[in-house]
Design a protein. Structure first.
Length: 393
């Protein structure tokens, strides 16, 4: 089948790579001038990491991955450890691959290289899709230059501001969460003494996640969440200031504030929006994938992972399928994925409330429960043990 993918980010490129193994004729339309990705760090948990290995990215993916030794929860005012979970051999044995932290641009680069090597995939850059006309037997893609092209299937992997989503009648109803995220980088040379951990510092209405990313651990990635009541831009490219970031965490531990002192400019910020799970992902021979259909708050670190799962399930649903059953196959993909992604979206909202508790009895109870819980990451088994390759379709 002739398949169009709108969007050349992590979700779109993974979809192209997965579909290429089914002998489809695939075209990826990307608005930017080349393979690039905005953002800094991405956490790839085992449910997605296994899939990247199975798609043939093993060595390239391992080369860009930083595998943390622990996940550590710390208290905001003194950096005391509430809980530390080892990501040791028993974790890897259970889940088959380690947890990995990667630089987003490096992940997109290796995906792009793999897709470019596929003879049945065409990458078209600087191509602005302005609309899609879904149909039962084919769908038409319309471009900014006035031209159009028909495909047996169109997949919208075009992110939170998806054009394709509007065209399938799926209403986007963002709700401002009242928080903004700041992302910043600290060069490795300034933090050589830090352990290779994923650290989550929890405080009243705020929390900070930090972990190393990049080849040879080039940087420490910081994602700092704080309240916001006057600025609501969801763009990932808007710059904040180091001074503004610092002011939002006054009174936090001296160890953490010393990290902020070492942050490189520029600092980026974006407003965080919550969305109810969409009831409709597709229409006719058009469907959605990744942030286009299930954008989620970052408190489960699953946005990219869920897009990777989507890609593999969609490729399975379209394996051996002809044009006469394309629409039915897309509805099957949507049925398989909607419950799973809705659960992750809901859990992300719950984690926000858990991480941001104000100091008091409820917070002390939370910390005690974290500290006495059994060793390991079993609370996340439902996330990490999902297998997109074997889930019933």
């Amino acid at each position: 089948m002739k398949i169009a993918i709108v969007g050349g980010g992590i979700g779109g490129l993974t979809t192209a790579l997965a579909l290429s193994q089914n002998s489809h004729d695939i075209t990826v339309f990307e608005r930017s001038a080349g393979i690039r990705e905005i953002g800094a760090g991405v956490q790839i948990s085992p449910n997605a990491g296994r899939l990247l290995h199975l798609l043939g990215l093993g060595t390239a993916y391992s080369d860009i991955s930083v595998n943390p030794h622990r996940v550590v929860l710390r208290r905001w005012e003194d950096d005391s450890i509430i809980r530390a979970t080892d990501l040791d051999e028993s974790f890897i044995s259970q889940h088959h691959v380690p947890l990995a932290n990667v630089a987003r641009n490096e992940l997109v680069e290796i995906l792009g290289n793999a897709v470019a090597a596929c003879t049945n995939v065409t990458l078209k850059f600087s191509t602005h899709v302005v609309s899609v006309e879904p149909g039962e037997s084919s769908s038409k893609v319309l471009f900014s230059d006035g031209s159009s092209q028909s495909f047996d299937i169109v997949i919208g992997a075009d992110g939170i501001h998806s054009v394709v989503r509007r065209c399938v009648g799926a209403a986007d109803k963002p709700r401002f969460s009242g928080s903004a995220a700041y992302r910043a980088l600290v060069p490795r040379s300034s933090v050589e003494d830090l352990p290779i951990d994923v650290t989550n510092r929890m405080g009243p209405d705020r929390h900070v996640v930090s972990y190393f990313i990049g080849r040879n651990r080039s940087h420490l990635n910081l994602v700092c969440i704080s309240p916001e009541d006057s600025w609501e831009s969801e763009s990932w490219t808007e710059q904040g200031t180091k001074e503004d970031l610092y002011s939002r965490f006054e009174g936090w531990s001296s160890d953490f504030l010393s990290l902020l002192d070492r942050v490189e400019e520029p600092v980026f910020r974006w407003a965080l929006y919550d969305r109810e799970p969409l009831e409709q992902w597709g229409l006719g021979t058009t469907t959605l994938l990744g942030d286009a259909c299930h954008p989620m708050l970052p408190f489960m670190a699953q946005g990219s992972c869920q897009a990777i799962e989507d890609a593999v399930v969609l490729a399975r649903c379209l394996s051996g399928v002809g044009t006469s059953s394309a629409s039915d196959s897309l509805r099957r993909y949507e049925d398989v994925r909607q419950g799973r992604t809705a659960q992750v979206q809901t859990s992300s909202v719950m984690n926000r409330d858990l991480f941001h508790m104000v100091d008091g009895q409820e917070q002390r109870d939370r910390d005690m429960i974290f500290s006495i819980s059994p060793p390991g990451m079993s609370i996340l088994d439902w996330v990490y043990e999902y297998d997109a390759l074997t889930v019933a379709i």
